[in-house]
Every structure is written in C-alpha cells, then in structure tokens.
Design a protein around this ligand. Sequence first.
Ligand code: MG
Length: 158
Amino acid sequence: MRTGIGYDSHRFALGRKLILGGVEIPYHKGLLGHSDGDCLTHAIIDSLLGAAGMPNIGQLFPDTDPQWKDVKSTELLKQVLSEINKKGFRLLWIDSVVIAEEPKLNPYIPAMKKALSETGIPEEIINIKPKTNEAMGFIGRKEGIAVIVTCLIERLVN
Ligand code: MG
C-alpha cells in the first residue's frame, strides 16, 4: 500500500471557464492555466504520481510544451492512470478538499465524480469536500482556488 499527496492552486481570471473535476461550473471567472486550469484534477494527478513514486505533473506535462496548451486535464489524468496501472498499481481511494470562497461547489459534486469516473476511476472511490477559507488569505479574497488530495494505491505485481 502507498499513499500520495497532491496540492494545486490556480488564480482566477476573467474570460476563462471555471473547470473543476472535469465539469464546467457557472461563475463569472475561471482558473488561469496553460491547460484548462482544473486544479482538482491536477491535484489528483499529483497525488497519484506521488504514490507511484513518479515525477510531478509539471515535469510530465510541462507548460512550455505547446501540445498541452488548453488540454483537458481529465485527458492527462487518463494518461497518468494508465501509466500507474502499467506499473502494477491499483487505485483504492481518493480524498480531496477543494478550498474556494466562491462559487458554492456542493451542487456539482455528483457531476464532478461522474466526469472523473470517465477517466477510469470508479465514482465510489472518489471523495470531494468543498470548503471556504473563512474569508482569509488569497482564497478568502476570491483570487483563486486551492486543492489538497490524498490517495491510496496498492501494488498488485512486483
Ligand atoms: Mg495546476
């Protein structure tokens, strides 16, 4: 058994869609990023890479590489899952905290789980817990969103 931890934060920007967990969420701003800015999916990817002892998302999909420009982050997650499966690991659990002052994310959790499950992760092993930052710091000032993820994987083969 191995655990992994992932963290990501992205800044809000006008004129961008807000994508979290592969779902477009209605809001007047979106997250800036070379990809779609989906910091939940990025943190999930980093937790998986951490558990598997692999390099982080920035090393695997550098933002200097035009092929990752505006890429759907769930596509990157799909690739990482397949890499991890090839190494003989099976994902058992993902827990996440999405820290955002706005918008309210609870109504979108089922849609996020469903969209993430389309990458190959069963919905039943994905947990998503939105929180605010009690009006403190950059999140409290609604400048961006941060996400923390832990995962548990097991090695099926040596
Ligand atoms: Mg990111």
